[in-house]
Design a protein around this ligand. Structure first.
Ligand SMILES: *Cc1c(COP(=O)(O)O)cnc(C)c1O
Length: 350
């Protein structure tokens, strides 16, 4: 399958003559979730963004941001990151033959993401400060030097990420409700752009309700003010002052949706329930979209507009393998066994 710029070239700010930088991102599975569907009385699908080349949806945005940087002749890209943007920027920069530097908050990066950024050859800089401080610093850095900033404040990122909405509608037609974790708020903004674009150009004649979920310890959009010291187990959405604040709130309002908080305990419940019941392992931040659906259910409005059972999509933004430490912290231990049959039987049958 071609990468998403090629697949959606008519809806992209690029032409086929541009130096497209792609690792064949997108085309991710949209998997029915029968047990989750039973629990919320709706037809629920999981959009498995962890199947992208570096294991998160960030690749959708990065193919566009790095292609635009290549077209401008940039030699260096930079970003602030809670981990996944760093991994993705590092991979696409490597692919493009560019240098990449990433600024990550000290000690708060999931092990898999850090390993990725390093193995793809990025300069990984650990900042003694949180994500919001890191983003302000790289914005200033990119203003003062010939370096391309590839955070989601870069509009090309949204152009790529809106294709998630196209893929959903292309696969199952218009949907009634979408749930999504919200950190810096670029992705919810991008999905709304995608749904509106399909609606405005007559591909479909409806847009879904958007429900965004923040972690309770990092919920500035829910509280209506920045959070100085955001804290959550869901490190990918540990953000206190989202860059796409106004646009995300506009998307939520226009879609007649909601932005709400789920606690770390609720996130971890969903994080453990999904792999055990649907065979799908996502990272903690991604589980917020399922935790929110389980906590708040499907709105009456979405049920009323639905043609039959409401169609719901939960965006699972990143792969569970990114963060093995959180997995180990939340499961039982492995069972030791000598190479003897009676011991083995006991170990297997419990
Ligand atoms: C980046 C990220 C998010 C948050 O997306 P925003 O665009 O910052 O709102 C959620 N989940 C994962 C796994 C991410 O990497």
């Amino acid at each position: 399958m071609a990468g998403l710029i090629e697949r959606f070239i008519d809806r992209m700010p690029f032409t086929m003559d541009d130096p497209i930088v792609s690792i064949e991102e997108g085309s991710t599975p949209l998997v029915p979730a029968p047990r989750l569907s039973d629990r919320v009385d709706a037809d629920v699908f999981l959009k498995i963004e962890g199947s992208n080349p570096t294991g998160s949806f960030k690749d959708r945005g990065m193919t566009c941001a790095v292609t635009a940087a290549a077209r401008e002749g940039a030699e260096t890209v930079v970003c602030a990151s809670t981990g996944n943007t760093a991994a993705s920027a590092a991979a696409y920069a490597a692919r493009a033959g560019m240098t990449c530097a990433v600024l990550v908050p000290e000690g708060k990066i999931a092990a898999g993401k850090l390993a990725q950024a390093l193995i793809y050859g990025a300069r990984v800089i650990s900042l003694n400060g949180n994500f919001d401080v890191a983003l302000q610093l790289v914005r200033d850095l990119a203003d003062q030097h010939p370096i391309s900033l590839v955070n989601s404040v870069n509009d090309f990122r949204l152009e790529g990420q809106k294709t998630g909405a196209f893929e959903i509608v292309d696969a199952i037609g218009p949907i009634d409700l979408m749930t999504i974790p919200v950190g810096n708020a670029g992705n919810i903004t991008a999905y709304w752009k995608g749904y509106k674009e399909y609606n405005d150009s007559g591909v479909v004649d409806s847009v879904p309700e958007l429900n965004g979920y923040q972690a309770a310890g990092a919920a500035p959009l829910v509280e209506g003010k920045p959070v100085a010291n955001p804290e959550t187990v869901a490190s990918a959405i540990r953000i206190g002052n989202p860059a796409r604040w106004e646009e995300a709130m506009a998307a939520i309002t226009e879609s007649r949706g909601a932005i709400r908080a789920v606690t770390d305990a609720e996130i971890l419940d969903a994080y453990k329930w999904l792999p055990a019941n649907e065979g799908v392992f996502c990272e903690p931040a991604s589980a917020a979209s399922v935790a929110g659906l389980l906590k708040f259910g499907v709105s009456d409005a979405a049920r009323e507009t639905a043609d039959g059972r409401p169609k719901v999509v939960c965006i699972l933004t990143g792969n569970g393998l990114k963060d093995p430490d959180t997995a180990f912290d939340n499961v039982g231990s492995v069972i030791p066994c000598e190479p003897e049959m009676d011991q083995l039987v006991k170990a297997v049958l419990g």
